[in-house]
Design a protein around this ligand. Structure first.
Ligand code: NAD
Ligand code: TYD
Length: 354
């Protein structure tokens, strides 16, 4: 059986990627390498319990010896690297963990991949790919009339999170130019969808709305993000892995920019329809709170390269994707409440122990 090695596959996007990947008949088995930080949740992968095509290893990507053992044992044909500290607000509170995982961890993984790839021959060496999953936040903040980020926009990260991701992107690039490691990089906009940790805007608002709590909107709520349904991001990663040109970066976006206030109003409208309150609207819970320090004003992503070169397009509109997400949230309250109570950290099943 052939394998791919996925890092961070118990997190939000990684879990969606692993679930989507293994839904395809005949897809390679997945070696899922995840440290299980607060953001890692094996309950998201419950449907794969005891699957012989999903091998879970609780491993830190900073642990070179453990990575070497996994490469030697499973001989993956590709690495898909999602593992990261990913929340901007946490990076402001404590940047150290972001440097450790996003920079040192990516470096360690690159070194392990390079050592493994250097020992490959023939077609095994030719097909090997290292796909690094990154963010549009490396490009910094746009003025209202600036064009959207393209692959050639200069990096200008403004938070410790985006700076650590930018550093990782640079390392990945350097491993291609210096050592010839066959790398690919994707820079994606804000994702939303199932299994999203409720500290990020969309799942946080859903959770707080249903709990009758204030819905915190930072600053004036007019910061703009481009939103993409997570399944569309996973499809983009699969397309880049299959057909992307080695050494290239690909922007991934939903062509769907909204102010935060618009997003929160749309969520409240969907909840008013799908889970109406006894009286009034969820909108009455919206509360403006102090702004995030260094808060980027506007992101917008030009993903024409991915569309033209690789034929990728979004399947979900913001309306269909957000409706699906709200429905998922309403139908999976136990996933959300186990995160909030901390129970999800106890739910590590023996079938997943690596
Ligand atoms: P997440 O925080 O939900 O999940 C991260 C996962 O990585 C968790 O399972 C965690 O346990 C694991 N992890 C953290 N440190 C680790 C370490 N040292 N070793 C091994 N595993 C570790 O993040 P996400 O939202 O799923 O994002 C995944 C990737 O996509 C990240 O690289 C992020 O920068 C990128 N990205 C995210 C978004 C978004 O909107 N969420 C958008 C663009 C790009
Ligand atoms: P977030 O989901 O943290 O993603 P990112 O910072 O990576 O874009 O935040 C999305 C936007 O929502 C961002 O502009 C900050 C804002 N925001 C709020 O207004 N209130 C909140 O409680 C959170 C978590 C975010």
């Amino acid at each position: 059986m052939s394998h791919i090695l996925v890092t961070g596959g118990a997190g939000f996007i990684g879990a969606n990627f692993v679930l989507d990947w293994l839904r395809e008949d005949g897809a390679d088995a997945v070696v899922n390498v995840d440290k299980l930080t607060y953001a890692g949740n094996l309950e998201s992968l419950a449907s794969l319990k005891c699957s012989n095509r999903h091998i879970f290893s609780q491993t830190d990507i900073c642990d070179r010896a453990a990575l070497d053992r996994l490469f030697a044992e499973y001989r993956p044909r590709a690495v898909v690297h999602f593992a990261a500290e990913s929340h901007v607000d946490r990076s402001i509170e404590g940047p150290g963990g972001f440097i450790q995982t996003n920079v040192v961890g990516t470096f360690t993984l690159l070194e392990a991949a390079r050592a493994y790839w250097s020992g490959l021959h023939g077609s095994e060496r030719d097909v090997f790919r290292f796909l690094h999953v990154s963010t549009d936040e490396v490009f910094g903040s746009l003025q209202p009339s600036d064009p959207a980020f393209t692959e050639t926009t200069a990096f200008a990260p403004n938070s410790p999170y985006s700076a650590s991701k930018a550093a990782a992107d640079h390392l990945v690039r350097a491993y291609y130019h210096t050592y010839g490691l066959p790398v690919l990089t994707t820079n994606c906009s804000n994702n939303y969808g199932p299994y999203h940790f409720p500290e990020k805007l969309i799942p946080l608002v859903l959770m707080k709305a249903l709990a009758g709590e204030p819905l915190p909107v930072y600053g004036d709520g007019l910061n703009v993000r481009d939103w993409l349904y997570v399944g569309d991001h996973c499809a983009a990663v699969r397309a880049v892995l299959a057909k992307g040109r080695v050494g290239e970066t690909y922007n991934v976006g939903g062509n769907n920019t909204k102010t935060n206030l618009d997003v929160v109003h749309t969520l409240c409208g969907l909840l008013d329809e799908l889970r109406p309150k006894v009286t009034g609207s969820y909108r009455q819970q919206i509360t403006f709170v102090a702004d995030r320090p260094g808060h980027d004003r506007r992101y917008a992503v030009d993903s024409r390269k991915l569309q033209v070169e690789l034929g990728w397009t979004c399947k979900e509109t913001f309306e269909t994707g957000l409706r699906k997400t709200v429905q998922w949230h309403l139908e999976n309250q136990s996933w959300v409440s186990n995160v909030m109570s901390g129970l999800y950290r106890k739910g590590r099943d023996e079938c997943h122990a690596g």
